[in-house]
Design a protein around this ligand. Structure first.
Ligand code: ARG
Length: 392
């Protein structure tokens, strides 16, 4: 039996690699997908082969992740429950599709992954795999065979799998870093400083604010301070700059798909900066009706992606709607980063609906008398109804 294993190099997937060989006498092919996590991919490959994988693939999808996933999320101002920029959630369908590609190429019977039965990631992986390759079996040993952490550690020691003491469950990629577990499981406890690695403590961030100009073209960021950057580089730079000002820490109670509430901590400096800037630019350019309606679409988009429904046709349909609107979202946003806060302090666009000539207190071409008749008709029904209600 040939099995393709989504392999991170961590304890769970290393134990799984050995178990698949031992229990199912499987030939295991490991796949590590590089979505921007700070890992030594050569070391991961060596580890996989040493533990008995017959072949290993490292697939760099950073560019694709930025262009086809993160940029869509920016256009949709994607924040699940208004707080979480979906860093982990967005990466899952892409990782799954690459693992499926390998499974098809290698003519494997099954795909294995390290998800537990409690989280969202099992849903995202399983649905993606079942959608793209319905004939392939899915094995999630931690969930399906009920592996406990203690059992895994014991098994790892017995089989020469290196065990590092691990307090938190961390998932990291270009769009953000999520931290779960340890003391964070007590929602009354403030996240200790040690959980953070992308952001400085806002109290220790520079006293001086930093201003940056972010240029957008058709809804996606293309330059910082007028320097054109490729997607991956642009996101990396913003993570670094915003993180150095203590921007991007999120601490929330999250509603998981399977109904559990969990306490999640995220570091998402670039994501929050870009979404804040993008949203502000939209407010300058889009009509009020469009903005109001798009908020509903945006929130549905974030829910679908969070819930593992990337391949749901509705997501593509929402993307077409968003794409149409974003064709106008071009301009520059000036953002101020200071001790944990992001504020937009300036914006401009060739498509701005804001019109100085109309709104200015100083000199205006706006004919104020037009308002008199407008108010009469605009309030007509309400004024009339009020009389009826009084005499009821
Ligand atoms: N709660 C987040 C989500 O569902 C993050 C999950 C992080 N995964 C992990 N293995 N630590 O998208």
């Amino acid at each position: 039996m040939k099995i393709v294993l989504a392999y991170s190099g961590g304890l769970d997937t290393s134990v799984i690699l050995k178990l698949l060989k031992e229990k199912l006498s499987a030939e295991v092919i490991t796949v590590t997908v590089d979505v921007g996590q700070p890992e030594d991919f050569t070391a991961i490959e060596e580890k996989a082969l040493k533990l008995g994988a017959i072949k290993h693939y490292t697939i760099d999808v950073k560019e694709e992740f930025a262009r086809d996933y993160i940029f869509k999320a920016i256009k949709a101002n994607a924040l699940y429950d208004n707080l979480y920029p979906l860093s982990t959630a967005l990466s899952r369908p892409l990782i799954a599709s690459k693992v499926v590609e390998v499974a098809l190429r290698e003519d494997a019977e099954a795909i294995a992954h390290g998800c537990t039965g409690k989280g969202n990631d099992q849903i995202r992986f399983d649905i993606a795999i079942k959608t793209l390759a319905p004939h392939i079996k899915i094995i999630a040993p931690v969930r399906d065979w009920g592996l406990s952490r203690e059992w895994e550690i014991e098994y790892a020691i017995k089989h020469g799998i290196p065990v590092k003491s691990k307090v938190y469950s961390i998932d990291e990629n270009l769009w953000g870093r999520s931290i779960e577990g340890g003391v964070l499981e007590d929602p009354t406890v403030e996240p200790p400083e040690e959980v953070f690695s992308w952001t400085v403590n806002p109290n220790r961030a520079p006293e001086e604010p930093q201003y940056i100009d972010i240029s957008f073209e058709k809804g996606v960021p293309v330059a910082i301070n007028d320097v054109k950057l490729k997607p991956v580089e642009l996101i990396r730079q913003l993570n670094q700059i915003a993180g150095s000002h203590g921007v991007g820490r999120v601490d929330m109670i999250e509603n998981r798909v399977i109904g559990l509430k969990s306490r999640e901590v995220y570091e998402v400096p670039g994501a929050l900066t870009l979404i804040t800037a993008h949203k502000d630019l939209e407010r300058l350019i889009l009509t009020k009706r469009t903005l109001d309606f798009k908020e509903i679409i945006d929130s549905e988009w974030a829910k679908l992606v969070y819930q593992g429904l990337w391949f749901e046709p509705l997501r593509e349909a929402l993307d077409s709607f968003i794409e149409t609107i974003e064709s106008m979202v071009t301009g520059v946003v000036r953002v101020k980063l200071h001790r944990g806060s992001i504020s937009v302090v300036g914006r401009s666009s060739p498509y701005a609906l804001y019109d100085y000539e109309l709104i200015s207190y100083f000199k205006s071409i706006f004919d104020q008398k037009l308002s008199i008749g407008f108010i009469e008709l605009y309030g007509l029904q309400a004024m009339k109804a009020y009389r009826h209600w009084l005499n009821k």
